[in-house]
Design a protein around this ligand. Sequence first.
Ligand code: ADP
Length: 399
Amino acid sequence: MYILVINSGSSSIKVKLFDSRTLDVIASGGADRIGEQGSSIDFKGNRGAYRRELRMTNHSQAIKEIIKALMNTETGALHTINDIKAVGHRCVHGGGRFIDSALIDNDVIAKMEECIPLAPLHNPPNLIGIKEARLLLADTPQVAVFDTAFHQTMPKHAFLYAIPYELYKEHHIRRYGFHGTSFRFVLESMGQLLERSIDQARVIIAHLGNGSSITAVNRGKSVDTSMGMTPVEGLMMGTRSGDLDNGILLYLMNKLGMSVNEVDTMLNKKSGFLGVSGRGNDVRDIIEYAGRGDQRCRLALEICAYRIKKYIGAFAAAMGGLDYLVFTAGIGENSFVMRELICQDLDFLGIKLDPVLNRQTQGTGCDISEKNGQTRVIVVPTNEELMIARDTQRLAGLA
Ligand code: ADP
């Protein structure tokens, strides 16, 4: 019997099928380019690979095709759709309403709909995925797992912006933070990796992927995080700017005549590594070009590392010290170059990288600090889908 985890985005739906008891991955894949030219379904699983190019005009069709693929007689894992005992959905924005994952009912859906203005790009496709899955699997428990839920423990002084208070009260404008599912997974894995409890520790977790954020976790609770009301605040990312003087936005609109949409595109799609380097958003490429002497790529790496350093300093101050600095996600897990740049000259915080261990570590969990480093620096691979499967197993009563 299985748990299906669905991550429904604007033009793709990624799914993973887990054994409902052991949480081993049975199959993973999904639908790509939904509503565009060249849409396809791809799967890899215990019984082989499956690929089919077919026109999929909407998410409803895509979910049906995904289930069909999972039931394919040659390569599919499912005999019938009833083999799915629960469904877990990745949900980006739960606003201030969800402090944990939730069993989905009409009320949960209504609350998610209320959060659409806070995440207009993410919540609508998440909701479509939920609604379609409920149509197909009406009697199967479904669970919403929110990226924002973990950060609901932040104190007011950390989540409020210094703008008129009414904007918070009436329009819910505040910091929410994201990547919470990843941060929770990393915290659970840390305990296992270190073979000791980190319940009382002060931890900074840097989730560095195409989208990046960094979080301060004090005694197991998120106390501050770099992303804000939207995922554009905070660290420099693949194509997002991160922190910015708000006055620049006014300047762009007033003086350069840019429209709201143009500013939106610039901040979310043309900035970050892409904007600074002019080369692209993939840090692997940026590192390679920088190595060949490309100055703007070098600069992009330096800006990124410098900003992460500033957050580490700020969050260590917020917690009155630091016990663990953790790197996770695509860049954090795989790039020794970025980890080296970030940790340089942070000895005053007790951070001392072991250069050999740092270089050797790629994609695996490892303590990469020197023996006498007071603050332990650790690489912990994240796995958001597995965290969603765990929550689904728990809330659907399959544990
Ligand atoms: P997403 O935010 O899309 O989930 P990931 O966590 O998968 O992103 O991270 C993707 C990014 O990780 C890529 O854009 C790439 O920049 C970076 N990355 C992956 N491997 C390496 C590596 N060996 N060195 C540097 N960067 C890497």
